[in-house]
Design a protein around this ligand. Structure first.
Ligand code: ARG
Length: 460
């Protein structure tokens, strides 16, 4: 008579196929800790309010301690017949604690129970992800510091644009991951509200104390409408959207790492422990980790779309559709956590090749804008300066040389304003050092930005 959870109302057992179809225990059992935590807080409140005897609370606590030991020890028997994590734990509790176990569900429904569990689960995922973002940011800041002066070409349209420093480039990602951490913190505010007490949908007839439960579980507030409390999954969507943006940033970075590591470009090497070889081509060392991260970004986006679609047609309040929120959510957490962990580690395994970066920056007239700015500072209107330099570049393209290779006389042919001091602005070092304002690529600005981020990271 295992697992007849619905009892008297039913005249025949649920078919095996339907049992398997409706069961969620094989994926929602990962919320067991949150489920027990939520149940203990609920029981504590029931006892404090005189809804159950104190002796029952003690029996429930004892039973839950035993169940915790069984789950942690791998001896807990999860039964498909008992549908989900909630019923599995409750059934075992009743075996261990008798009637006290049967009283636990007083004033509660699985609808508010599951909503509470997911919020506890997502809250702890947010805390993990936030810590990992901090690790990744500080690893990138370290890399930025080592290369505050290392020059590489900055690109627009994948064409050499202007010289930048590698430190500055790394700090761009530090900014992105910093916004991701802010988004996680903001999302956490809305996650951190207690649904318990909403019961099935309308609340309960028992004199419950929701604020007490909220406080015990570390929630900032309760959900203020019972219908909304059991049926809202906005917080899961919001979390997955923030996770998607993290993956967007990881994916952009991955794309760059792959390009930079290509032998054609050769800007960086990635430590062997993050790469794999080819089963046929002995010479290969492939950047599998960034490629896979770029690929996994797609699955997180898919989960976001899945969750949005899951919600759009649901009338109030709880519907079983909501059970489908878990797998996308769990997979999002796993993917983001694993990816951030690996990237934080991999950042330390990136070897920068300054000569290759420098050589690339010297091709493609990266200092053309500097020459135009130089002419402007000598009094030429910017549009005229732009035109004069365009002519100079055209000449260099035909002659297959760099702007700095032209003689002073050749340069003067494009504008008589050119003087001896022009060659300083045509150097890569002069170009980056001149962009000396907040947010600019000048090495001393990069160092100032590093100090700012470090102070911020230390404050976390
Ligand atoms: N496993 C269910 C879920 O994930 C728990 C809530 C079930 N409630 C219900 N009325 N069937 O949503």
């Amino acid at each position: 008579k295992k697992g007849e959870a619905w009892s008297a109302r039913f005249s025949e057992p649920v078919s095996d196929l339907v049992k398997r179809y409706t069961a969620s225990v094989f994926f929602d059992k990962r919320m067991w800790k949150a489920d027990i935590e939520g149940s203990l807080a609920h029981a504590e409140m029931l006892a404090a309010q005189g809804i159950i005897p104190t002796a029952d609370l003690e029996a429930i606590r004892g039973g839950m301690a035993q169940i915790t030991a069984e789950i942690e020890g791998g001896q807990f028997e999860w039964l498909l017949d008992l549908e989900d994590v909630h019923l599995n734990i409750e059934k075992r509790l009743t075996e261990l604690a008798g009637d006290a176990g049967k009283r636990l569900h007083t004033g509660r429904s699985r609808n508010d129970q599951v909503a509470t569990d997911i919020r506890l689960y997502v809250r702890s995922a947010i805390d993990d992800i936030t810590a990992l973002l901090t690790q990744l940011r500080s690893a990138l800041v370290d890399l930025a510091e080592q290369h505050a002066d290392t020059i590489l070409p900055g690109f627009t349209h994948m064409q050499v644009a202007q010289p930048i420093t590698f430190g500055h480039h790394m700090l761009a990602y530090v900014e992105m991951f910093g916004r991701d951490a802010e988004r996680m913190a903001d999302c956490r505010k809305r996650v951190n509200r207690l649904p318990l007490g909403a019961a099935a949908l309308a609340g309960t007839t028992f004199p419950i104390d929701r604020l007490r439960v909220a406080q015990n579980l570390g929630f900032d507030d309760v959900c203020h409408n019972s219908l909304d409390a059991v049926s809202d999954r906005d917080f899961a969507i919001e979390f997955t959207a923030a996770a998607s943006l993290i993956m967007t940033h990881v994916s952009r970075m991955s794309e760059e790492l792959v390009i930079w590591m290509s032998p054609r470009v050769g800007f960086i090497d990635i430590a062997d422990r993050f790469c794999t070889g080819s089963s046929i081509m002995p010479q290969k060392k492939n950047p599998d980790v960034p490629e896979l991260a770029r690929g996994k970004t797609g699955r997180v986006y898919g989960h976001l779309m899945g969750l949005l679609t899951l919600m759009k047609g649901q009338p109030l309040a709880y519907n079983k559709d909501n059970q489908e929120d878990k797998e996308p959510l769990f997979d999002t957490v796993d993917t983001v956590v694993d990816t951030l962990r690996i990237f934080a580690d991999m950042a330390g395994g990136i070897t920068v090749k300054p000569e290759a970066m420098r050589a690339a920056a010297l091709q493609g007239y990266a200092t053309a804008t500097d020459l135009a700015d130089y002419l402007v500072k000598k009094g030429l209107p910017f549009r005229d300066a732009h035109e004069a330099v365009a002519h100079a570049v055209r000449t260099c393209v035909d002659a297959n040389c760099d702007l700095a290779d032209l003689s002073l006389e050749q340069l003067r042919a494009f504008s008589p304003l050119v003087g001896e001091d022009v060659f300083e602005v045509l150097t890569l070092e002069g170009s980056v050092a001149a962009r000396d304002h907040v947010g600019g690529t000048a090495p001393n600005q990069v160092r100032a930005a590093i100090a700012r981020v470090r102070a911020q990271l230390a404050g976390n």
